[in-house]
Ligand binder design. Sequence first.
Ligand code: SF4
Length: 679
Amino acid sequence: MTDTHCPYCSLQCGMTLSRKGPRLEVSERSFPVNEGALCRKGWTAAGLRGSRERLTTPMVRDRATGEWSAATWDEALDLIATKLSALRDENGADANAVFGGGGLTNEKAYQLGKFARVALGTSQIDYNGRWCMSSAASAGNQAFGVDRGLPFPLADIEQTDVCVLVGSNLAETMPPAARHLDRLRENGGRVVVIDPRLTPTGERADLFLQPVPGTDLPLALGVLHLLDAAGAVDEDYIAERTTGFEDVRRSVAAWWPEMVERVTGVEASQVRELASLLANAEKVMVLTARGAEQHAQGTATVLAWLNVALALGMPGKAYAGYGCLTGQGNGQGGREHGQKADQLPGYRMIDDPAARAHVAAVWGVDPETIPGKGRSAYELLDALGTPEGPKSLLVFGSNIVVSAPNANHIAARLADLDLLVVADMVMSETAALADVVLPVTQWAEETGTMTNLEGRVILRNQAISAPDGVRNDLDIIAGLATRLGAASTWSTDPAEIFDELRAATKGGKADYSGITYDRIRDEDGVFWPCPEGSEGTPRMFADEFFHADGRARFIDVAHRGPAEQPTADYPLHLTTGRVLAQYQSGAQTRRIKDLPDEGAFVELHPLLADRVGAHDGDPVVVRTPRGEMKAPARIVTTIRPDTVFVPFHWVGANKLTNDALDPSSRMPEFKVCAAAVSA
Ligand code: SF4
């Protein structure tokens, strides 16, 4: 029996794996985040182990014929290294690019960032976490001086007075977390949910607000206006612990409830009700998720809600504050250790000379050889195969052609590459387009750390050996680095790499130097920041924020609206999201036979269905300026009549989504675009 954690979402629920012959069985175990509970995905996670679709040998595709042939590992790695070297010699180091994932362990994320900068010498690395919580990360950095999804343990929800969830469907996406909302209500607290769809989370709410997609920001402005007008802001906290409130106070003054109603569609009386709830609460917790964050004004939207929390004096107060409910399993750790285009391990900025010197010393290289800031995830993909862009792409832990916005365009960019390499467990939709596919281990077959949505560093323990022919991503990275003649050392032992990571993060904002595998095992997780000798930091900001003056920043933000507004041809809003039984692009969960694979559907309101002549279960076509898809209609009263919803776990939804980017986080606008529906 091996104690470990679920392979999927950012809760990283604890579980135990037992071997039954060649099979694995999941059972519950006590872990603070899930207390033994698992969702359907967690219970069935071992199913992929027995999938006949599991790849067990490297595959090389003949471009002329499209035929695949098996290769040995040496043949595959030699081929890749030779091609990467040639592209670098012909076009410069930035001709090669790397795309990582928010599901990779910290050790892999760290090693991949190092591989890009040291072995390839390229600045062109980013990862799919850019499309997850980067707007909240950008907002947290601006307001608090640091970004940790939740700066407090998740269970703190139970002890707050009012919990406001903006764009989160946690009851469906991470069901064990919903118990905290239930207990909060049992304790007499109130739950507020803001979402264009009434989801299982909204059904738990004492107050449910259903704004037009893309208008969470003006809703926050209106709430703060009412709080200020009522004298409900915490003037002492604002004076002692923050800067910048006067600008925000002036700009929210225009947002009367009736004005908010006109822009958001939320009745003025509900805006007043929310403000009144917050004004009368001692402890308020504001939590955002993808619904608020995946917008071209995602950072500003998060900042607007963060301003509400700050004005009420909540961040740093026990059982209160602001947090982001990160989505991917290692969405948090994945962005701390160097996969991001602008960052080095420990949340160090890549253009900071001191940061470069520190990390270069750990890597044993000259700081001058570390490249500068590269392109963000979408911009990197958008540049592939263009005269100025990368000619090759190595993909680890990501299924781009399902998960990227404007996916038809991105598939075309991939086709223009000289070399596409995908490391994956199965022939995903992206792997199917590759020149070389490398079969990799899955979570139960490897050891490594993850950092969950609370900043709690946990350890996944290997429970079973990998099938013959399959390798760990760390082996692939080391094999390529060696072939490329890279400087530095390239361990394949996760514990050794974690020790190197600890040194690289030492003194950084996300300091892991005091965390060891033994401590994680003994304590069932350790919260960063954790300098050597520290117990770790479950709750942040009690005394000061991470800016040099110790104060938080109010950032004045304005509502611009979605990048694409409805038109006569595209009169509706399209929004996308998740269903309980599937995870991310579905590459894993769609292959688990015990999980229902219902396929994509189009959710629409009966009024809209009547207007377009759609019937429940019959196919409808959704069109946007970027593409179209056909899927069965699901007619529900829980969605706004002006909005359609499509889940993104299957090919289709992201052919429609808009690639407009947030100016700060470079987050694409997944959550709203203009659309038309026909029966
Ligand atoms: Fe827990 Fe998330 Fe895994 Fe479900 S998918 S068991 S909520 S970690």
